[in-house]
Design a protein around this ligand. Structure first.
Ligand SMILES: [Zn+2]
Length: 153
């Protein structure tokens, strides 16, 4: 049975990091480094990385950290597991593992990869077609999570 408390604790740190980033008190790379560290830190206990990212998972791009407006698109990169060394790929493109990316970042990532035989736009269309019955998988909530993994802040 996994521990949910460490995920909630790290998610609270992520929330503070986003607040500092949005008020220009820390830069993009610093914010991404701390957020990625929070996700990995849940492994000091039997935690879940997704719980550490709960505050921003629905609405922020994992590469540029932009708040994506409600119902604009966010695309997962998980489908590329079979194409590339996924961890190297995420590091190369400075994308936080576990977060989806905005359309612009998705296209810039895909179009920079020679080993992917499709354009970013083609892959985005295929994701939308494949997930047309579950559009929440590629739509932004446009807002941060109102709770910490279901618990009051
Ligand atoms: Zn982006």
């Amino acid at each position: 049975m996994s521990c949910h408390d460490i995920g909630r604790g790290m998610n609270d740190v992520v929330r503070r990091v986003i607040s500092l980033y949005d008020s220009d008190r820390i830069g993009l790379e610093e914010a991404k480094t701390i957020i990625a560290t929070c996700a990995g830190a849940v492994n000091w206990c039997d935690g879940n990385e997704a719980e550490a990212l709960d505050y921003i998972e629905g609405c922020r791009c994992g590469k540029c950290l932009r708040m994506v407006p409600k119902d604009d698109k966010l695309y997962g990169l998980g489908q590329l597991y079979n194409v590339l060394n996924y961890e190297q790929f995420m590091a190369k493109h400075q994308t936080i593992f576990g977060l989806r990316v905005c359309s612009e970042c998705f296209d810039s990532i895909i179009d920079a990869e020679d080993k992917i035989p499709a354009s970013g736009a083609e892959l985005r269309k295929s994701i939308e077609d494949r997930m047309s019955n579950t559009p929440e998988y590629f739509l932004s909530t446009g807002t941060h999570a109102a709770t910490n993994n279901g618990c009051r802040w």
